[in-house]
Design a protein around this ligand. Structure first.
Ligand SMILES: [Zn+2]
Length: 498
């Protein structure tokens, strides 16, 4: 049925899904390039050549300029999934527009896009709470006002925007109310662009988390204007399924060149760090010498390739269960992204909740520094250890950083166990804390890679974790083995009579 959304793979709170539309199945996460109907920097066949089978355009501009006679697909062709935005962005940029919500939505119902947005009121980055509240209330009111059109046009996926800006309680209220309106098959968070332009990625993370954690997990979730490559992985990790942005074209007009980590000015590039068809063919100086229109187009095409590549990388990371490692790696490309990453870690229990317990393709965890301790797998292990009931009243702790894995078949461990049958046996590991030898074959207790040099914060946090595990277990005796030369040698100072 149109609007059905089937989740195929999950990692952290992110997912790969299939959204059913009138013009075919759309695999998410998906990026919708913004196409300006008056001035197409990139032609639709060029969009197709980069691999985009979908785009978003503006119904307000289409209507105002009388561009369409029939349906939108009669004009742009049947081989695209087309989303229409309403003109809310024009309100944000230029103030009030003359069209009413009902005018725009009736027009959308007539031109029949696959996905459509009604005329909401973007909150933007206002500091004025009353103003923000007004935009939330008005957006909800407008969603209700056109419910009859939504109900009569079920082959269009209607999107309910969520507003509230930086006022997270308003975002939550807006999201909860929008989520109750089940005739809207898709939800979308508005106004992120202003925060992205100011590098306030931590605020953006808070907004996305607040909205996503207040709506049903099964509903596809769009982020308006959130389509620059460096922010996509973070948004997907929190559960965003689709994006749109005009940045590829806006940046091109300003001679800005996207990479997956940052934006360059074309003048500052001696070499192209990319092998897309544009960058394989030209070098930066050749592009600079071109006529501006030609250059804009080529830069826009390159920028689209980068966005496509980023979406694919994120999908592959989800398939491999490596999305955490991917955003961890991304975090080090810019301090603002590091802030985004740290903000996401505030929500690690949310990520853990949706992160699948069993991941098909994962060979092992790659653990780097103390940030890795926030991985869902490790949080889950800590909880498992907290709930584990002691079998005996004495315990042996073997420092495991020099042991082979799985520990249960390590000769040293076997011999220690053989000689001490009246003890519970745990292996102490950096990052993990304590691991019961008997459970060490279970994923991911033996399947990991750790650095030879481990940072002090990780070691100290590991010791704290071990102390916490041992507290309440009331062992009468704690023996440490193989710990003298271990990075966790400090563990031996834990008082055996805790
Ligand atoms: Zn390129």
């Amino acid at each position: 049925m149109i609007g059905d959304f089937e989740v195929k793979d999950e990692d952290l709170a992110g997912r790969i899904g299939i959204l059913e539309t009138k013009h075919g199945k759309l695999e998410t996460p998906v990026f919708f390039p913004v196409i300006n109907p008056l001035k197409q920097e990139v032609f639709l066949e060029e969009l197709k050549a980069v691999g985009f089978n979908n785009f978003i355009t503006n119904s307000f501009i289409l209507k105002k300029n009388n561009i369409l006679q029939g349906t939108i697909h009669e004009k742009f062709g049947d081989n695209f999934v087309i989303m229409t935005d309403s003109g809310a962005y024009q309100i944000l940029e230029y103030g009030e527009i003359e069209q009413t919500n009902r005018d725009i939505v009736s027009f959308e119902a007539k031109i029949r896009p696959d996905i459509a947005v009604f005329l909401d009121i973007p909150t933007g980055n206002t500091d004025d709470r009353e103003e923000a509240k007004f935009s939330v209330e008005m957006t909800l009111e407008r969603g209700k006002e056109i419910a009859d059109i939504v109900d009569q046009n079920e082959d269009i996926i209607w999107v309910h925007p969520i507003q509230g800006g930086q006022f997270l309680d308003l975002v939550e209220y807006s999201a909860r109310e929008a989520n109750k309106r089940t005739n809207y098959k898709m939800l979308a968070l508005g106004s992120p662009t202003v925060f992205m332009e100011k590098y306030k990625y931590d605020t953006l993370v808070d907004m996305i988390y607040t909205a996503k954690s207040s709506v049903s997990r099964g509903v596809p979730f769009h982020l308006f204007g959130g389509g620059v490559p460096h922010i996509i992985p973070f948004a997907v990790a929190l559960g965003v399924d689709s994006f749109d942005s005009a940045s590829y074209a806006i940046f091109a007009r300003d001679n800005r060149y996207l990479t997956s980590e940052r934006t360059y000015r074309l003048e500052d590039l001696e070499y192209f760090p990319c092998s897309c068809p544009v960058c394989s063919r030209y070098d930066p100086s050749e592009l600079l010498e071109m006529k501006s229109e030609e250059r804009y187009k080529l830069l826009a095409i390159h920028n689209l390739w980068k966005i496509r590549e980023e979406v694919n990388r994120v999908k592959q990371a989800i398939k491999e269960g490596r999305l955490f490692e991917y955003i961890q790696q991304k975090a080090y490309s810019h301090p603002a992204l590091y802030s985004a990453f740290k903000s996401i870690l505030k929500y690690s229990s949310y990520l853990e909740k949706y992160d699948p317990r069993v991941k098909g393709n994962v060979k092992g965890l790659l653990l780097f520094d103390h940030n890795s301790m926030n991985r869902p797998e490790l949080l889950r292990h800590s909880e498992f250890m907290a709930n584990l009931k002691p079998k005996r009243n004495k315990v042996i702790i073997i420092c495991g950083d020099k042991l082979g894995s799985p520990f249960i078949s390590d000769p040293k461990v076997k011999s220690i166990q053989g000689r001490n049958r009246d003890y519970d046996t745990f292996v102490a590991l950096p990052f993990y804390g304590l691991v019961p030898v008997m459970a060490s074959e279970a994923f991911p207790l033996s399947q990991f890679e750790i650095p030879d040099i481990i940072d002090d914060t990780t070691l100290n946090e590991t010791i704290l974790k071990i102390k916490e595990t041992l507290r309440n277990k009331n062992y009468a005796e704690i023996k440490f083995m193989e710990c003298e030369k271990s990075v966790l040698s400090h563990i031996m100072s834990i008082n055996p009579t805790l």
